[in-house]
Design a protein around this ligand. Structure first.
Ligand code: HEM
Length: 507
C-alpha cells in the first residue's frame, strides 16, 4: 500500500457495496442473478457457414468439449466480423457484444486456447483478490516477458512479493509532493508553451500525441531522472519507447526497441550507482528524497536493498511502460469527454480558476480540485486502461454464481464490460463525473495510482488554466487497443490561449 495520505475517495475497481438499496440515480450492482445460481441455457452450436469463418473454430471446440463441459459457462460464438474487429485491434468491442448475448460470464474459444470472459464485478473481485493463492498472471506475463524480463509488473511468487515490497515505499507522500512541483508542473508548463505556438498559428493539434510526449517526459524524470524531452525533440530512445507501445512481441522491431531502452536504463543505473557510492548515501527516513535527484531509482539505490542491476533495470522498465501510455490515454479521453460536454468543461475550468487563482497547482491544491478529479475518474470508467485484465487459475475453483473453472483456465476480466454494463451501472454510457475508478484490485493493483491521478490532475489543471480547446469538427474518433485504449487516428483539437480575466480573484 502507498503510505500517501492523499485523500481521494478510496480507489478501487469495484464500487463499494451500499448498505441499503440506493436511491441515487447512478447506483451500481452485481450483474449476477441473486438466487438461485444460474442454470445456463444450453448454448446453440451454430451451423458451419464457411471454412474460412471463425465460426468453424468455435463450433469445433464446442463440439469437442460441449458434452464434458459441466462448468455452467455458456460458450460464445465468434463471427467473422468480430474477428476482423479483433484483428483491427479493439478486442473489447466484440467482448461487449458477446456480454449482451451470453451474459456476464461466457467462454470464448480462441484457437487452441479458451478464455472465460468475466463482466461481473463480484466475480472480477473474487479472481483479482485471490491472486497468489488461486490465480496467477499467466498469459500476460508470458507474452510480455520479452519486454519486462523479470520486472515486478509480471513477476510471480516470491520474486514479485520481494520486488513490490522494495519499490512501493519509493512512492511515498513527500516524493509525490516534490514530483508534483518539480516534474508534473514543469512538464505541463512546457506542454502549454508548445500548445501556445499551435494556438498562435491556428493549426490543429493531435492531443493524443502531445499527451503521450508529456507523460513520457514525466515518467522518465520521475523514475530515473532522465529527460526524454519528448515534447521538444525526437531521439532513438523516444522512437524505441513509441515503437514498444505499438508492436507485438517477437517482431524484430520489438527486440531492437527493447535493446535500446535496456541499454539506456542500464547506463542510468550505473551512473546513479556511482554517485550514491561516492557520496556514501543511505536513506535515513521512510520519506527520504534526495534533493538533487528525487527519482525512484535514486531512492532504490540509496535504500541499499540487495538487488542485481538487471532486476533493477527490469523493475524500472515496468514502471516506465506501465506509467507512460496509461496516463497519456487517460488525459486523451478526459480531454475528449470534456470537449464534448461544455457544461462539465466550464465547471472544471471554474474550479481550476477558483482553487488556483492563477498559480501553479501544489500537492495540497490537487485535493481541492475535486470536480476535475471526478472527470478523470469518470473518464477511466468509460475508457479503462487496460480494458481487459488476464489471470490464470492455478487450482480448481468455483466462481461466485457457481461457475466451475479448472486449473490452467485463462480468465479475461473485461473491465470495459463491467464499466459499460447496464446491469451494473445506471446510464452506463453517459459521462457523469461522480463515479469510481479502475486501477485493478487485489494484491496486483496499480502501484502508481496516486502518482497517475496527481499527474493527470496537474496536467489538465494547467491546460484548462491556460488554454481553451475544441474538437476539430467531423473527426471520426474510434477506439483501438494496445495496452490501453487509443484513438485510431488521433484526437485533433484547435486551441486558443485564454485571456487571464481575474474573475475569481475576489472570491
Ligand atoms: C491512469 C494511469 C494508470 C492506470 C489506468 C493504471 C492501471 C493499472 C492497472 C489496471 C494495473 C493492474 C493490472 C492487473 O491487475 O493485471 C496496473 C499495474 C501496475 N501499474 Fe499502473 N496504471 C496507471 C499508471 C501507472 C503509473 C504512473 C505507474 C508508475 C509510476 C504505474 C505502475 C504500475 C505497475 C508497476 C503495475 C504492476 C503492479 C504489480 O503487478 O504488482 N501505473 N496499473
Amino acid at each position: 500500500m502507498l503510505s500517501s495520505s492523499f485523500s481521494l475517495t478510496p480507489l478501487s475497481l469495484f464500487p463499494k457495496p451500499k448498505l441499503k438499496p440506493p436511491t441515487s440515480p447512478h447506483f451500481i450492482k452485481s450483474s449476477l442473478p441473486q438466487s438461485p445460481p444460474p442454470d445456463p441455457k444450453p448454448t446453440e452450436i451454430p451451423k458451419f457457414k464457411s471454412w474460412v469463418s471463425p465460426n468453424w473454430l468455435t463450433s469445433l471446440s464446442q463440439t469437442l468439449n460441449f458434452n464434458q463441459d459441466d462448468s455452467g459457462i455458456p460458450i460464445a460464438s465468434a463471427q467473422l466480423e468480430d474477428v476482423s474487429e479483433l484483428l483491427g485491434g479493439a478486442l473489447f468491442l466484440p467482448l461487449f457484444k458477446w456480454m449482451n448475448s451470453y451474459g456476464p460470464v461466457y467462454r470464448l474459444a480462441a484457437g487452441p486456447r479458451n478464455f472465460v470472459v468475466v463482466s461481473d464485478p463480484t466475480i472480477a473481485k473474487h479472481v483479482l483478490r485471490n491472486y497468489g493463492t488461486k490465480y496467477a498472471k499467466g498469459l500476460v506475463a508470458e507474452v510480455s516477458e520479452f519486454l519486462f524480463g523479470s520486472g515486478f509488473a509480471i513477476a510471480e511468487g516470491s520474486l514479485w512479493t520481494a520486488r513490490r515490497r522494495a519499490v512501493v515505499p519509493s512512492l511515498h507522500k513527500k516524493y509525490l509532493s516534490v514530483i508534483v512541483e518539480r516534474v508534473f508542473c514543469k512538464c505541463s508548463e512546457r506542454m502549454v508553451e508548445k500548445l501556445k505556438a499551435n494556438a498562435a498559428n491556428g493549426s490543429a493539434v493531435n492531443m493524443e500525441a502531445v499527451f503521450s510526449q508529456l507523460t513520457l517526459d514525466v515518467i522518465g524524470l520521475s523514475v530515473f531522472n532522465y529527460n526524454f524531452d519528448a515534447l521538444k525533440t525526437d531521439s532513438p530512445v523516444i522512437d524505441a519507447v513509441k515503437a514498444l507501445c505499438k508492436i507485438i512481441p517477437r517482431q524484430i522491431k520489438a527486440e531492437k526497441a527493447v535493446e535500446v531502452i535496456r541499454e539506456t536504463v542500464e547506463e542510468l543505473i550505473a551512473q546513479c550507482k556511482a554517485i550514491v557510492e561516492a557520496e556514501g548515501e543511505k536513506i535515513d527516513d521512510e520519506e527520504y528524497v534526495n534533493d538533487a535527484d528525487p527519482s525512484i531509482l535514486r531512492f532504490l539505490l540509496a535504500s541499499r536493498e540487495e538487488v542485481s542491476s538487471i532486476q533493477l533495470r527490469d523493475d524500472l522498465l515496468s514502471m516506465l511502460v506501465a506509467g507512460h501510455e496509461t496516463t497519456g490515454s487517460v488525459l486523451t479521453w478526459t480531454a475528449y469527454l470534456l470537449s464534448k460536454d461544455p457544461s462539465s468543461l466550464s465547471k472544471a475550468k471554474e474550479e481550476v480558476d477558483k482553487v488556483l487563482q492563477g498559480r501553479l497547482p501544489s500537492y495540497e491544491d490537487t485535493k481541492e480540485l475535486k470536480y476535475l478529479t471526478r472527470c478523470i475518474v469518470e473518464s477511466l470508467r468509460l475508457y479503462p486502461h487496460p480494458p481487459v485484465l488476464l489471470r490464470r487459475a492455478q487450482v480448481a475453483d468455483i466462481l461466485p454464481g457457481n461457475y466451475k473453472v479448472n486449473p490452467g483456465q485463462d480468465i479475461m476480466i473485461s473491465v470495459y464490460n463491467i464499466h459499460h454494463s447496464s446491469q451494473v451501472w445506471e446510464r452506463a454510457e453517459e459521462f457523469i463525473p461522480e463515479r469510481f475508478i479502475p486501477f485493478s484490485g487485489g494484491p496486483r493493483k496499480c502501484v502508481g495510482d496516486q502518482f497517475a491521478l496527481l499527474e493527470a490532475i496537474v496536467a489538465l489543471a494547467i491546460l484548462l488554466q491556460n488554454m481553451d480547446f475544441e474538437l476539430v469538427p467531423d473527426q471520426d474518433i474510434t477506439m483501438t487497443t494496445g495496452a490501453t485504449i487509443h484513438t485510431t487516428n488521433g484526437l485533433y483539437m484547435r486551441l486558443k490561449e485564454r485571456t487571464k480575466e481575474p474573475e475569481f480573484a475576489t472570491l
